[in-house]
Design a protein around this ligand. Sequence first.
Ligand SMILES: [Zn+2]
Ligand SMILES: [Zn+2]
Length: 330
Amino acid sequence: MPSSNATHPQKNSNISAQTREIGRSLDQRELLILRAWLLLPWIALALCCAFMPTEALRPERGGIGMLLAGYLIGGIGFEMGYHRLFAHRSFEASAVVRALLVIIGSSAAEGSIFRWAAIHRRHHEFSDRPGDPHSPKGATWHGRIRGLWHAHLGWMWNETIGMTEYLRVTDLIQDPVLYRLGRVRMYYLWVALGLILPSVLGAWAWGPWTGALRGFLWGGILRLLLVQNRGFAINSIGHTFGWKTFDTKDESRDNPWIALPTFGAGWQNTHHAFPSSWTNRILWWQADPAGLVIRGLASAGLVWSLRYPNTAQIQGKRVPSAGHPRSTFR
Ligand SMILES: [Zn+2]
Ligand SMILES: [Zn+2]
C-alpha cells in the first residue's frame, strides 16, 4: 500500500479523478440504505423473539454456532482490517489479505471502507470536541444519556459526509485493491454475500427452505446485529465508562468489560493514545484478540511492518495516577 499522511486531509486542491469518483458516489440513496441496514437487524431480532416457536427460527442445530462464528470472523476481521489496517495504517499486508479484510469489513454493512475510514479519521482528529461525528460527551446527566444514544446509533441520522471528508482517505483510494473492491457498488455485493453465504450453508446443512431461513437469520441478520453494535459500543461505552491509562485530552476510556467482545478495541483510551499501534495490548494483562491474529499473520509472513510505540512514548503519555502494579508495561 502506498504510504502517506493517514490522519489529515490532503491540503492541496488537486483532487484526483479517483477521489472525485468516490466522493460523487456518495449520495442520499447510500445513506438511506445504510440507515435501513442498521435498523433491519433490530426488526429481525424482534421478529425472532415473537416467532421463536417456528421451527426455522429456532437457534438449535447450529444456529447459535453460525451466529458466533460469523461474529468472530466479522468482528475480528472488521477490527483488523477496516480499523487497524485501513483507517490507521498500523501495519502492511499482502494484496490477498487486504482483499479479504475489505470484503469481511464491508459485510458488516457499516458503510464502504472509504466512508468508514474518512469518518473514523475525523473522530480521531476531533475526538470529543466539536467536529467529532460521534462523541457521547454531555455536561448534564440527561445530556450524557442523550450523548450515549447519539454516540451509539443516533449520529447516523445526523451524519454528513462530502468531498472534503474523502480527502482524508486519498491514500486508501490510491490502493488498487481497495479501489477495485471497496467502491460502493462492490460494497453492496459484499453486504449481500454476508447474507447469501449463511443462507446457502443453512440450506446445505438443514434443508432447502427451513435451513436457508435459519442460516439467513442467525448467520446473516443477527450476526449483523452483533457485529454492528460491537462497533457502536466502542463509540458510546468506550468514551464514557472505564478509566484513563494515558493522557489523551479526550473522553476515551479503557474498559475491560467491552475489551473482549470488541476484540481489543475496548481499550479505547490506549488506542487513542497510540492510534497507529497494531495492538492495543500495551499493558501486559490487556487482552487483544485482533492483535493476536495480526501477530499470527505476521509470523506467517502475510502482514509486516507492524507499528508500535516505544517505551519513551508510552511513559510520556502515562497518567501519573495509573501507577498501580497492573500498569506494568508488557
Ligand atoms: Zn474513539
Ligand atoms: Zn481508531
